[in-house]
Design a protein around this ligand. Structure first.
Ligand code: HEM
Ligand code: HEM
Length: 313
């Protein structure tokens, strides 16, 4: 069961990561497009953004489906009781999901053919920012709180038929253990998206022999690789915070108490440092397709190891 849990959770995180964070990369890219003077490059980036919005919608739907499958995998009477304690929050999260979905569909359908005025881009970007942050704000913390409600509270509230109060929810959500994990997971999702953009660019660049489309795709690929690198460095700080704030028993398991999570965590640390070198190489003048594939493969392996260490600890 743990194996299935790890696999489905990893794919859930990778896909919702793409679904939720691609609009953030579209914001950064449309800003880039607006600044570029050369018409061909500008139009190529603009068109690329429209494609990313479509992929974001597909990934969000697929990631959500996987979320339901994941719930099925970890379902138990106790998990059921825990979900009932935050039923109102779950309903609100559903409404927020629909809001984000509608904004994404609208943004994709009405994406102008050419770069339009600064004001119109700014309005679109603000809406996309709200749509993305909305899900990053509501979903991860909800599932973390569901896991962290003390067993005694679950029993007491289930017997009385009450829900977890707002204050109690906030108290649990604002514990350093959950806050650090929330930031760490959100940054991991953003790193996933930057790696995804780099791969999408190299695929696009390979479709053209030369010209503005190829040049802009290569330039965005370098930009995305640099962002992955920055996020990985940032994750070192957030990772250390996560370790310091973690529950003592789980930390003990991760630091030698239990062999599988300890080995997986150690492996993910080694892969992190291998990757720093790989992504640094990709920020140079020329982008090698094979090297990008290797860096992404290391990234995904590290991601799986980190999720597995977290689940098994
Ligand atoms: C309706 C759609 C969704 C469903 C049904 C769903 C379901 C789940 C479930 C059941 C878990 C718990 C896994 C566990 O305890 O190991 C989980 C974890 C998680 N989900 Fe989703 N999810 C959904 C949407 C999202 C979205 C949109 C995001 C991103 C913004 C997201 C991010 C996460 C994260 C970061 C975790 C890990 C939390 C932890 O460490 O405990 N989910 N999801
Ligand atoms: C020095 C660097 C890092 C350290 C010390 C670190 C530490 C940790 C720890 C202790 C956990 C377990 C948290 C828990 O279950 O309570 C964790 C989970 C996780 N880490 Fe890292 N991490 C680092 C880098 C990274 C990087 C670079 C990524 C990906 C970009 C990443 C992605 C994840 C993910 C996806 C989880 C699972 C989140 C969850 O289920 O809540 N980590 N990390």
């Amino acid at each position: 069961m743990s194996f299935l849990h790890i696999v489905v959770l990893t794919v859930h995180l990778l896909t919702v990561g793409v679904g939720v964070c691609l609009p953030l990369s579209v914001i950064l890219l449309s800003r880039k497009a607006f600044k570029i003077q050369q018409q061909g490059h500008r139009a190529a980036i603009w068109e690329f953004c429209r494609g990313l919005l479509k992929q974001s919608i597909i990934a969000l739907c697929f990631g959500t489906l996987l979320g339901f499958i994941l719930a099925g995998v970890i379902w138990s009477t106790e998990y059921h009781q825990r979900c009932h304690l935050v039923m109102t929050k779950i309903k609100w999260a559903g409404i927020e999901w629909v809001f984000t979905f509608v904004v994404l569909i609208w943004a994709h359908r009405t994406w102008p053919k050419n770069v339009v005025s600064g004001k119109s881009i700014a309005g679109r970007c603000v809406l996309l920012l709200i749509a993305s942050l909305n899900l990053l704000y509501h979903f991860p913390i909800l599932f973390m709180v569901i896991d962290s409600i003390p067993a005694g509270t679950v029993q007491k509230l289930s017997e009385s038929g009450d829900e977890l109060s707002r204050t109690a929810f906030r108290e649990i959500a604002s514990r350093p253990e959950l806050l650090s994990r929330w930031f760490h997971a959100s940054m991991a999702l953003f790193a996933v998206v930057m790696a995804y953009v780099a791969v999408a660019c190299i695929r696009k660049a390979n479709q053209y022999e030369d010209g503005a489309d190829r040049d802009s795709a290569i330039s965005i690929c370098r930009w995305a690789s640099r962002n992955v690198l920055l996020l990985l460095f940032g994750q070192i700080a957030f990772g250390i915070w996560t370790v310091i704030a973690m529950d003592r028993v789980r930390l003990g398991n991760l630091m030698g108490g239990r062999m599988p999570p300890t080995l997986l965590f150690g492996l993910s640390m080694i892969l992190l440092f291998v990757q720093l070198q790989q992504w640094t190489g990709l920020t140079g003048e020329r982008v090698h397709r094979l090297k990008l594939v290797q860096a992404v493969a290391t990234f995904i392996t590290m991601f799986v190891c980190m999720v597995a260490a977290s689940v098994l600890s």
